[in-house]
Design a protein around this ligand. Structure first.
Ligand code: RM4
Ligand code: MN
Ligand code: MN
Length: 434
């Protein structure tokens, strides 16, 4: 692919030149899988089309290098502002065909909304949920969030935090977003620091004011997180608190599950089924983790867990649970990889888990469960999970005009090198946890 160096990875001609030498092999592999699945009573094309229709939003903050509490090592050609971020997101979408939307974080991504919307539409992108930020003090901000925001003991701080969230809704309206994601860092590091019951009451009061400012076709997505930065107690620490808040706020308040926001070993797919039962599953932040809120690439540590989550989503579709349309977003922080490559491969991992979940023989599984045939029930899931669905994913990308091998195409374009020239590094190593 030498002649392709320094190409625009969003150019459809470039993508089809990358695809040309791979097409025949893909056809052969797809054909083989078609026959394998036929023997299992499965039709491949509807599965491929479902995968082609699957979308996940890119977090604007994910296209830059994140960092840990210890250091941030910026990579070459990092985006300098939200417009550069949009361009990177457009590259991810062009090559993967799976990421047509971007989730902005305010005020990190503050810019003139009309300019943002115009640029996004030029790049073929739309805006997913907007995220507010009351977990950091901004330059020139009147009151500090050091001791909390929506749950602060001082009503003036709560007022400021509510006003910021309502401001985010207004900007989101101008962008065409349909949801506000609310994650707060409020909590305590010491027993006794905070009145646990009153802090939750204050949260409900503040969140109700934000909810009242939501346009009729918007959702409020409440994101829980077990700990960090509050290590003793976090106000919205778990799906129980999140569900209580969503239920008391109203029908358009829903729970958002960030996979990294639970204790290790917690059965997240079980949480998913409970939230589906309550009609309160609003969305996901997909990532993977080993110890805590690690924000590692989706499916990089425990792809089986990712599959089991998708298995519950597909099962709910199969059971025809009404009105279930959770928002799919990635929420990752990249420290040692090119963020564009990580985000492309995470989007693919979600599609993989989804495709595998679509292969589960649900009638057979239900029968095994009914008869308490434990081993065969477990194998029904494993059989789907161990099927190599790569040809389905590649074919779905081809349907979308994307790349058969997105990472190879990305590298062949030398996009990162081009960015390094256009976007000189502004500063060196800083700590950068988000
Ligand atoms: C939090 C949480 C939020 C994200 C911030 C940057 O841990 O996951 O979703 O907005 O990080
Ligand atoms: Mn998150
Ligand atoms: Mn997080």
């Amino acid at each position: 692919m030498n002649d392709l160096h320094s190409a625009n990875p969003r150019d459809p001609d470039f993508i089809s030149r990358c695809n040309a030498p791979l097409r025949a092999e893909l056809e052969a592999d797809y054909d083989t899988l078609t026959h394998q699945l036929q023997r299992r009573g499965l039709e491949i094309d509807p599965i491929m089309h479902a995968v082609a229709d699957f979308h996940v939003a890119i977090p604007s903050w994910g296209v830059g290098t994140g960092g840990t509490r210890f250091a941030r090592f910026p990579g070459p050609g990092e985006p300098r502002d939200v417009f550069d971020k949009l361009e990177d997101c457009a590259v991810i979408h062009a090559l993967s065909g799976a990421t047509p939307t971007v989730s902005l974080h305010l005020p990190w991504d503050q810019a003139e909304p009309r300019a943002l919307r115009e640029r996004a539409s030029e790049l073929g992108l739309r805006f997913a949920a907007v995220n507010s930020n009351t977990f950091q003090d901004q330059r020139g901000q009147a009151l500090s969030y050091k001791f909390g925001s929506l749950t602060h003991t001082d009503p003036a701080v709560r007022e400021q935090a509510v006003a910021h969230n309502i401001g985010c809704i207004r900007i989101g309206e101008a962008l065409g977003s349909k949801a506000l994601t609310l994650w707060i860092a409020d909590g305590a590091n010491f027993p006794g620091q905070q009145h646990l019951a009153y802090a939750f009451e204050r949260y409900l009061e503040s969140a109700a004011r934000i909810y009242a400012a939501l346009p009729a076709d918007w959702q409020l997505l409440i994101e829980h997180k077990m700990y960090e930065p509050a290590f003793y107690a976090t106000v919205i620490q778990d799906w129980g608190s999140s569900l209580m808040a969503a239920q008391s706020l109203g029908t358009r308040a829903l729970c958002l599950v960030d996979l990294g926001h639970h204790a290790p070993h917690v059965n997240i797919e079980m949480i998913v089924t409970r939230l589906i039962r309550a009609g309160k599953l609003g969305g996901f932040h997909f990532n993977d983790s080993k110890y805590g809120d690690d924000d590692l690439d989706a499916g990089s540590i425990d792809p089986y867990r990712l599959f089991l989550i998708f298995n519950e989503l597909v099962d709910a579709q199969w059971r025809r649970v009404g009105a279930l349309q959770p928002a799919h977003m990635l929420d990752q922080s990249h420290n040692v990889t090119d963020p564009i490559e990580s985000l492309i491969s995470s989007a693919i991992e979600l599609q993989r888990a989804y495709a595998q979940a679509l292969l589960v023989d649900r009638a057979q599984l239900a029968d095994c469960q009914q008869r308490n045939d434990v081993l065969m029930a477990a194998l029904a899931l494993k059989r789907a999970f161990t099927t190599d669905v790569a040809p389905i994913l590649a074919r779905a990308r081809l349907e979308r005009g994307a790349a058969i091998d997105p990472l190879a195409a990305y590298r062949a374009s030398a996009y990162r090198k081009q960015c390094a020239k256009l976007r000189p590094v502004k500063d060196g190593s800083r700590s950068g946890i988000v």
